[in-house]
Design a protein. Structure first.
Length: 83
């Protein structure tokens, strides 16, 4: 974490800062399939080991081997001044 990103909206500066009290959540979607993705989704979890277990269990049950992994981080918008 520790990354700060700045965006400008109508000449108004906003800084997005990771929320120190929020835990990132992890999730995965099975994208295995020839004509269409499987689409099975894990629950959002905070433990990386739990996500790996879900992928392993889905792989064992279906033989599916390709997944998209996502991380969601809560940020706080810190408004700046009008420019």
């Amino acid at each position: 974490m520790g990354t700060t990103t700045r965006y400008r909206f109508r000449d108004y500066k906003v800084t997005a800062v990771p929320d120190a009290l929020g835990l990132p959540t992890l999730g995965a979607v099975c994208v295995t399939g020839e004509s269409a993705d499987c689409g099975a989704r894990s629950e959002d979890v905070t433990d990386p080991g739990a996500l790996v277990r879900w992928i392993a269990e889905h792989c064992a049950a279906t033989g599916h081997e390709t997944y998209e992994h996502h991380t969601t981080v809560t940020v706080q918008a810190e408004p700046g001044a009008w420019h």
